[in-house]
Design a protein around this ligand. Structure first.
Ligand code: MC0
Length: 148
């Protein structure tokens, strides 16, 4: 798959991959108990309509798995599961500055889902690029609360 990202997007790493799950506790049990990950963060994000849990692997951290459960039937996660079933829902790329990244995406003609960045996990700032503009992947841009 080719993601048609503009060359100027200053991605520093894959921040996380998001998995839509029907039952958050069961998914945490699997990722921690069976896969050996560590639950490093859990929160409810009402605006996004999700309860989410971050799973980290290995001593150095790095790319995490984000488990996403719907809070309401209108949630993007509920719609995704009813259409496609549980599974990979998004790829999140870390950027040093979300406003710069959004400007670059806009200049490239790709569709951002939000006019302004919104609050994401652990007080990060996030936006999304429409999956129809990225080769079929819902792409999240994330600026962590403290840029690493
Ligand atoms: C929909 N489509 C996807 C997709 N969701 N393709 C790939 N990956 C996805 N996740 C496809 C559909 O199959 C359809 O294709 C086309 O996009 C348009 O579908 P739609 O009817 O407009 O679909 P909706 O209503 O489900 O909306 C899709 C959209 C929505 C991406 C706009 O899910 C959205 O606003 N997502 C951003 C917010 C979000 O995902 N929040 C939850 C994570 P066809 O070919 O049938 O036309 S919150 C989060 O991630 C935070 C906490 C964080 O990380 O910090």
């Amino acid at each position: 798959m080719t993601l048609h990202l503009p060359p100027g997007l200053a991605v520093t790493m894959v921040d996380h991959v998001g998995i839509a799950v029907p039952n958050l506790d069961a998914a945490i049990d699997f990722h921690v108990g069976t896969l050996g990950g560590v639950l490093v963060h859990r929160e409810i994000n009402e605006e996004q309509g999700v309860e989410e849990a971050m799973i980290s692997f290995g001593a150095s951290g790095g790319t995490q798995i984000q488990l996403l459960a719907a809070l309401t039937p209108e949630s993007a996660i509920a719609k995704f599961i009813s259409r496609s079933g549980p599974g990979l829902q998004q790829l999140a790329l870390r950027v040093p500055n979300i406003d710069d990244a959004m400007a670059t995406i806009r200049a490239s003609g790709l569709r951002l889902l939000y006019e302004q960045a919104r609050r994401g996990t652990a007080n990060s700032r996030i936006n999304f690029v429409h999956p129809k503009d990225t080769g079929g992947v819902l792409l999240e841009l994330v600026e962590p609360a403290s840029t690493l």
